[in-house]
Write a protein that binds this ligand. Structure first.
Ligand SMILES: O=P(O)(O)O[C@@H]1C[C@H](O)[C@@H](CO)O1
Length: 290
C-alpha cells in the first residue's frame, strides 16, 4: 500500500511551487468535470502543469486538464485546480485530497469545490446549481476515509468534526450573487453523496441513496472537503446537476458522460459569473478571515 504523504513531502511540493511563482493564493478553486472555465476568471494568470511538480498526482480523465492556475480574482490571489483526482482513477483516497494540503501550506484560507453530479431528488432539475449543505461520505463510512492513517496535528486534529463543514455565510453570499444575476431559480440546496465510480449508479443503488438522504450523487468532492475542513479552511461546495438519475429499473434511458459534459458546458458561464460576484462579496465581508 502506498504510504501517505508526510508533512515534509507536502511542504516540498508547496516550496517547489513557491519558488516558481510570487503569487501567494488565499482562495482555492477546484474545477469539476467540464468546469475548467472557472480558471478563466483569473487575471494575470500563471500556469503550472501537475507533471512539473515533483510528487504531485496527474489526472487522467476527459474534461479535466492537469494544471494549477494562479491569478487574481477580485483583487485576491487564487489557485485553481484545473483537473482533479478521482478515486476511480486508481489513486488512494488520501492522494485525491493531497493537493488541498499543498494549498494549505501555500496559505489558502477558503476553498470553492465544484463538481458535476446526478440529481436524485425530484426538486433538482437539469442544469441546477446545488449548494452542498452536507455530504454522505460513502467510501469514508465503509473504510476509505482520506484521513485514515497517521495524523499530523500540524494540519489538523485526529478526530475532526464534520458538522458544518460547508460554510453557511459562504452559501448565503453565493445565493445573493445568483439572485443579483437573476439566477436564483436554478439555485438549490442539498446533500451530496460520494460514490466511488467509475460506474454510474444502478437504479437500486440510487433508490437506496435516496432513502438515506442523498439529493445528488457524484464521484468526488468529499475527500477534498474533509481534508480542507480538517485543515481549517472555509468551504463552499457546488454541484452542477448534469443529469437526472434514473431510479426506475424499467427505464430504457441511461446516463452518459457526454450528457454530463454538455450540461456542464451550458452552465459554465453562469457559474463563472456567480463565482466572480461571490468572491467579490466574500472579500468585502472577509468570510475567510484573511
Ligand atoms: O470531478 P467531477 O466530480 O465533477 O466529475 C464527475 C464524476 C466523474 O468524473 C464524471 C462522471 O461523469 O463527472
Amino acid at each position: 500500500m502506498e504510504e501517505k504523504y508526510s508533512y515534509e513531502k507536502i511542504q516540498e511540493m508547496a516550496d517547489n511551487i513557491k519558488s516558481r511563482t510570487s503569487q501567494r493564493p488565499k482562495l482555492g478553486i477546484i474545477c469539476g468535470s467540464g468546469l475548467g472555465g472557472l480558471a478563466d476568471l483569473l487575471t494575470n494568470s500563471e500556469e503550472m502543469e501537475y507533471t512539473s511538480i515533483p510528487g504531485f498526482p496527474v489526472s487522467t480523465v476527459k474534461g479535466h486538464g492537469g494544471k494549477l492556475v494562479f491569478g487574481k480574482l477580485e483583487g485576491v490571489e487564487c489557485i485553481c485546480m484545473k483537473g482533479r483526482f478521482h478515486f476511480y482513477e486508481g489513486y488512494p483516497i488520501w492522494k485525491c485530497a493531497a493537493p488541498v494540503q499543498v494549498m494549505k501550506l501555500l496559505g489558502v484560507k477558503g476553498l470553492i469545490v465544484t463538481n458535476a453530479a446526478g440529481g436524485i431528488s425530484s426538486k433538482l432539475k437539469l442544469g441546477d446549481l446545488m449548494l452542498i449543505t452536507d455530504h454522505i461520505n460513502l467510501p469514508g463510512v465503509t473504510g476509505n476515509n482520506p484521513l485514515r492513517g497517521p495524523n499530523d496535528e500540524r494540519f489538523g486534529p485526529r478526530f475532526p468534526s464534520t458538522n458544518a463543514v460547508y460554510s453557511k455565510s459562504f452559501q448565503n453570499i453565493f445565493k445573493k450573487s445568483a439572485e443579483d444575476q437573476g439566477l436564483l431559480p436554478i439555485i438549490k440546496e442539498g446533500t451530496y453523496l460520494m460514490s466511488s465510480g467509475p460506474t454510474y449508479e444502478s437504479p437500486a443503488e440510487l433508490n437506496w441513496f435516496k432513502t438515506i438522504g442523498a439529493d445528488a450523487v457524484g464521484m468526488s468532492t468529499v475527500p477534498e472537503t474533509v481534508v480542507a475542513s480538517w485543515c481549517g479552511m472555509v468551504v463552499l461546495g457546488i454541484s452542477l446537476i448534469t443529469n437526472i438519475c434514473i431510479l426506475d429499473v424499467e427505464s430504457t434511458e441511461e446516463p452518459t458522460a457526454e450528457e454530463v459534459y454538455e450540461t456542464a458546458k451550458m452552465r459554465s458561464k453562469n457559474l463563472q459569473n456567480i463565482v466572480r460576484l461571490t468572491e467579490k462579496s466574500a472579500v468585502e465581508q472577509n468570510v475567510w478571515n484573511i
